[in-house]
Design a protein around this ligand. Sequence first.
Ligand code: HEM
Length: 381
Amino acid sequence: MEIWTNVQRRQIDIFCREIGPDLNSNHQSPELQWSPPRKMSDYCLYLMSDIVSEAVLDESFETLTTEKNRFILQLVHRSYEWIGIVFQAPQIARYGLDIYLLPELARERQRLRDIFRGLLQKRIVREKAEPDIFSIYMDYKDPDTGEAFPLYELGAEALLLFGAGPDATSTSLTAAFFYLARSPEAYRKVCDEVRTAFSSVHEILPGLTLSGCHYLRACLDEAMRMNPVNGGALWREVLPGGAIIDGRSVPAGVDVGVGIYSIHHQPDYYPDPYAFRPERWLTSENSQHDVEVAQSAWAPFSMGARGSAGKPAAILQLTMSLARALFLFDMRTPADAHLASVGQGKKGEVFPRNLETEFQAKGTFSSILHGPMLEFKLREH
Ligand code: HEM
């Protein structure tokens, strides 16, 4: 875990440098103390991709600072489009029909696999002084056969971590920025909490003080409620013997699922479900019963045996990134109305696409986001 934390800290520092104002600009002019508008969906994705690539492949993609590897992130998104379709119609993949029905997506997915195989081969031959996340996979031996993972399985694992991690974490962080920038009261409370708990940005590290920032965590939980990265149904097949679901008998072999977005917007669990209300997660503001009901239906990481393997790392990454950014900077939406509206719903669209208060994500298997645009200024402290 320490390797992961060191990588996170280093990359979050770079992220904060990149979103902040140009340090060479004329600080005498109040307006020039603000950064130009930053597209947070991009910066958050760069951050999370650089963390996972460095932690897993021992080689950061450096997407925060250079353009050269950003095309890989585009390929990951295209791969999610492929998964989004195949998830609904698995026969397409089972019978190899994707090369006929989805030729471009299938080609791009193959290209992504080839890139990862190449990166992995480089990683395997490189000597490492310190073990990293991938050393665990490389050193693993099957207890029965004593054999190590073959290269194709290592490649699949690296791609799984890279596919599953950055997109999900960046969606959650981007959503938190979107809602906080539009919720003055929540923004004030979370800033007060973080800026009181720590006296220097370097103190913002995993530990009791960070995990004791309950309002910060509530903001993230609420952002993940409103924008769960996998908003659709994660299908599960009913096993032999069938199942009783909500009083109905469902035979074996049937796929069942409920969209996580729908659960997360169900008023029985979340009164006023389209409103960003971090307070709903706090027993200081609600009854224990109401908080427990909210928690019982919260499933951004899915649940059970196939729930996210990355939840603890993700929570740490999200709390550290948001706390450090809020500690260092004041933020605001741009004065330009068009820029200020990037990411929100549009009047005239169908519900809930028309909600200006909700961050709009395009669902693939994951989420494709645009915005919000935000400006940052170094805080005086
Ligand atoms: C806020 C961040 C994250 C969210 C919301 C999230 C969400 C999810 C969800 C919903 C699933 C289940 C998919 C399914 O049931 O088919 C999943 C699976 C998984 N996630 Fe995450 N995830 C996050 C971060 C991460 C990170 C940082 C990693 C590791 C780098 C990771 C690794 C995985 C893996 C390996 C699986 C597959 C587990 C399995 O099938 O056994 N996730 N994630």
